[in-house]
Design a protein around this ligand. Structure first.
Ligand code: SF4
Length: 373
């Protein structure tokens, strides 16, 4: 797994955001990104030297010593450095298409399979995130997740607008439970810069009681549809998301008709396999459905969606576990830092296009149905 948290020592007393850079003549390794794209800004920390234990950078905030890495391995990364805690978060990793900012751990739902179980406390780091986004690599799509980001909707929208106004090359993808949009948001969300924002919103069933049961909140289905109404009027870009569990698997064909009939304005629909982490870990045997054993509900939903022009995709489905006719709908969706491939995948021709498995997927299951292509 790619580490997102670094052990550091740094001089200032308070947390700060910085981007690590090599200077044009700092050729320290094979993968360096030596000042190749843009100029060094005042928020940058420049490479000083590597030693046996790690690497040293120096910036406006003073020296930053980082354990266990060479300078070229971190060049271009945007860090939130917390000297008091002796750690730094790699908020934006150079060259990664999977950078996501966790803006809060609070949530007002309690999904049965939540991969990031919510906490009661919130630490406001929006100012740090805004600074980090300003330092993002050109053309980045930055993910925002939680918890539930729209619990802090004014702060969230302020961040989005500040960044996208300054950086015309960036986009955001926001994961939200869709419980907090209303008609008062429509004028704001109609602004042209929101064409560079997509909202990933879950809908688990066309049956209100089933959706409410899965998200652990009575009335969530109805409130979600109020949000859909506002977002539709704003012309928002929506990625509908449905995680498969034993509770909703057999609703999928009917849900596809529901999406085609009622939610045609969505940009895409992602049907997602479960993660063995968070709440799902202890409920795995109850919740997980082996799609390779019976793909019928999924194929029926796909066929209906395609027939009605809904762009459907399968996330977290290894290609060799999906009928060949649907391979093209199963991209390499799992973020690079939490993806693994069992040993037989070494010889697979489709590996670069395949999601593989979550790092925490049970090894005994990951290997079972893998058939190198
Ligand atoms: S063998 Fe491995 S890499 Fe190939 S399709 Fe299956 S899971 Fe993916």
């Amino acid at each position: 797994m790619i580490p997102l948290s670094l052990q550091i020592a740094a001089e200032p007393a308070t947390p700060f955001v910085t981007r690590l850079r090599l200077r044009p003549n700092d050729h320290t390794g094979p993968n360096d990104h030596i000042g190749e794209t843009d100029h060094t800004g005042e928020a940058d920390a420049l490479f000083v030297e590597d030693d046996d234990g790690g690497t040293l950078f120096a910036g406006r905030e003073g020296l930053i010593s980082i354990d266990g890495f060479a300078g070229h391995q971190l060049s271009g990364d945007v860090l939130l450095v917390d000297p008091g805690a002796g750690r730094a978060e790699r908020l934006l990793r150079s060259g990664s298409a999977h950078n996501t900012l966790l803006v809060t751990e609070r949530c007002d739902q309690l999904c049965v399979m939540c991969s990031q179980p919510p906490k009661k406390t919130h630490i406001d780091r929006f100012d740090h995130f805004e600074k980090a986004c300003m330092l993002a690599e050109p053309g980045s799509v930055i993910g925002i997740t939680g918890g539930e980001p729209t619990l802090y909707k004014p702060r969230l929208l302020d961040l989005i607008e500040a960044v996208l106004t300054e950086r015309a090359d960036l986009e955001f993808h926001v994961l939200t439970n869709g419980q907090h949009f209303d008609l008062a948001d429509v004028p704001r969300l109609r602004a042209p810069l929101y064409r560079r924002v997509s909202w990933g919103i879950p809908l688990y069933s066309h049956v209100p009681a089933t959706h409410d049961f899965i998200v652990g909140k009575q009335g969530a289905f109805d409130r979600l549809h109020d949000s859909f109404s506002a977002l539709m009027q704003a012309g928002a870009r929506i990625e509908l998301r449905t995680v498969l569990t034993s509770t909703n698997l057999h609703d999928l064909p009917a849900l596809s008709h529901y999406v085609a009939a009622r939610l045609r304005f969505v940009e895409s629909w992602s049907v997602m396999q479960l993660e063995n982490i968070g709440f799902a870990k202890n409920r795995w045997s109850d919740l997980f459905v082996d799609h390779a054993a019976d793909f019928t509900p999924i194929s029926r939903a796909i066929d209906t969606s395609l027939l009605h022009g809904i762009a459907i995709r399968l996330f977290n489905f290894p290609r060799c576990t999906v009928p060949r006719a649907y391979w093209a709908l199963a991209p390499a969706s799992i973020s690079d830092w939490k993806r693994k491939y069992p040993p037989p995948c070494r010889d697979c021709r489709e590996r670069d296009l395949c999601s593989g498995f979550f790092e925490w997927h049970p090894d005994e299951q990951a290997g079972v149905r893998v058939t190198p292509l």
